[in-house]
Design a protein around this ligand. Sequence first.
Ligand code: FAD
Length: 317
Amino acid sequence: MKITDHIKKADGKTLFSFEIIPPMKGRNIKELYDNIDPLMEFNPPFIDVTTSREEYVYIDRDGLLDKKLTRMRPGTVGICASIKHKYEVDTVPHVLCGGFTKEETEYLLVDCHYLGIDNIMALRGDAMREEKYFEPTQGGHPYAIDLVKQVQNLNCGKYLHEVIETDNCADFCIGVAGYPEKHLEAPSLKSDLIRLKEKVDAGADYVVTQMFFDNQKFLEFVAAAKAMGIDVPIIPGIKPIAVKRHLHLLPQVFKIDLPQDLIDAVDRCANNKEVRQVGVEWAIAQSKELKAAGVPVLHYYSMGKSDNIQAIAKSVF
Ligand code: FAD
């Protein structure tokens, strides 16, 4: 079922959902299930599964280092299919421009269609670790909007090289990313919102936001988006702070601000167990306020461990 239909069906009730990361290559998928299991009592209608960019690894061959390009967390579509089957929930694969040719994306979308996956999160992806800026992959898309257009074309039976007569057209619901504190490369919040509007005009059905820790920023973002004519559901992404290092890492990687009260509370913690508790309490307060404001879904970034998300959901849902 489409995310937008889940939202319509909920009829104003805020839904619970979360995002997971595929395990490192070679790890057992059971670890992933062990983290999903405790969250199923909160009835998520959908679960997102991220995709990781390829990266360089160095393999020691008798003292000489061999540089190889590989994807360390493969399996997004397979995991989507397996979770969908095991828990009977919808799954949303994150599909990236970076690291994929348009042709490979078409094959991936065809796989998703055959597997009964109804939703696609269309993203550009970040620069590779070695790159300063995002470089489009040869034969791939430069921006998420181009990927949205490819998925929309497929929905109309338009494949890359031909229009195919079919009675079995894909009908993907398309999610895109939005940034309450603007995307790190965007020259201004306004110009980033213009880009977001372009993605919606190209066929995106809903927006999931980057994490934020100050609800006011999200609410202002939603108001500005609405004023610009963006009338699709905007789903807030919530990440509980889990370790002291996040105070520096999150602003550096995502170019977001942390409220001073949160910074002070984390600074007062003697260890990361206490930090995790502060993160849970902050996310509960954020979630309750957003729920009262009528957001359609509260979407949590689990980063592979679910105990904190479970504690939040227990208090909010
Ligand atoms: P775009 O919408 O293409 O925007 C990228 C930048 O280009 C923005 O600054 C925008 O303003 C600008 N822009 C857009 N169109 C144009 C244009 N035509 N001309 C000039 N500038 C333009 N990353 C992963 O690698 N894997 C994931 O699974 C993943 N999941 C995510 C989930 C969510 C909810 C979010 C918010 C982010 C996720 N990301 C993920 C990170 C995302 O890939 C990065 O933030 C990436 O840098 C931008 O992706 P985008 O889809 O927003 O790009």
